[in-house]
Ligand binder design. Structure first.
Ligand code: ADP
Ligand code: NI
Length: 219
């Protein structure tokens, strides 16, 4: 029988193998921050942190942006969880969390039903897109995908559907703030994450205000 600590070590090694080389902002540094936040939120909400932390490490190992064959990636995670002695119930819950938690899944106006552990991991992932880290990740991701920093001719798109969200044509890094990042705080599930988000969101609004003022030479 593996201990939870042994299972967690195996999960970290699996994540390292799948995303250790990522350079789009979904690497181990992101997974570790999400795991830390998931643990903190779980503890504050009085929930066992084990499944949230496990799901945090695995949540981007099946992302369609990162893995061409999503079905194969999901099958690999399921096989891995079985090998590491996760129970059938745990496997089902972890797979449900990581397949349903992404922001893209909210773009048709629906909110997939997530377990409490899932809501916590989703909050942790979204908090890592906010604040100083969120700004750095947006610039890093946008640069990697050849986005412009900003273009006054291109206004942010009010309503994005899933296909548009995946099509980066004419996206700018500053538009991404209105199209996604400023929406995230209002979508957070837990009171604990909502409280953490306040300062992060304020900081980002300040950043965008200053950015636009400096762009015009006004500040
Ligand atoms: P999700 O897993 O919810 O779909 P993403 O993987 O799209 O989220 O986003 C991961 C990180 O990359 C976030 O910090 C996000 O702000 C950033 N990002 C995603 N799309 C863009 C974009 N078009 N321009 C700039 N940053 C982006
Ligand atoms: Ni993520």
């Amino acid at each position: 029988m593996l201990s939870q600590q042994q299972q967690l070590q195996a999960v970290q090694a699996f994540a390292q193998e799948k995303l250790g080389h990522d350079t789009t902002g979904h690497g181990m540094d992101h997974l570790k921050r999400v795991a830390r936040l998931a643990k903190k939120i779980a503890q504050a909400e009085g929930v066992d942190a084990f499944l949230p932390v496990v799901a945090a490490y695995l949540h981007d190992t099946i992302d369609e942006k990162l893995f061409a064959d999503v079905q194969a990636a999901e099958a690999a995670v399921e096989k891995f969880l079985g090998q590491q002695e996760f129970s059938a119930d745990q496997q089902t819950e972890i797979m449900q969390i990581i397949t349903q938690m992404s922001f893209a899944n909210t773009l048709d106006g629906s909110r997939p039903q997530l377990s409490l552990a899932g809501q916590i991991v989703q909050d942790a992932d979204w908090l890592d897109a906010l604040g100083a880290i969120g700004i750095a990740r947006a610039v890093y991701y946008g640069g990697k995908h050849r986005e412009k920093l900003y273009d006054p001719q291109l206004s942010p798109r009010e309503h994005l559907d899933r296909a548009e969200y995946r099509n980066l044509a004419n996206e700018t890094i500053i538009n991404h703030f209105s199209e996604k990042l400023f929406k995230l705080a209002g979508l957070l599930n837990t009171k604990t994450a909502q409280a953490i988000a306040v300062e992060r969101e304020t900081f980002m609004h300040q950043f965008v205000r200053r950015f636009l003022a400096e762009w015009e030479g006004e500040a």
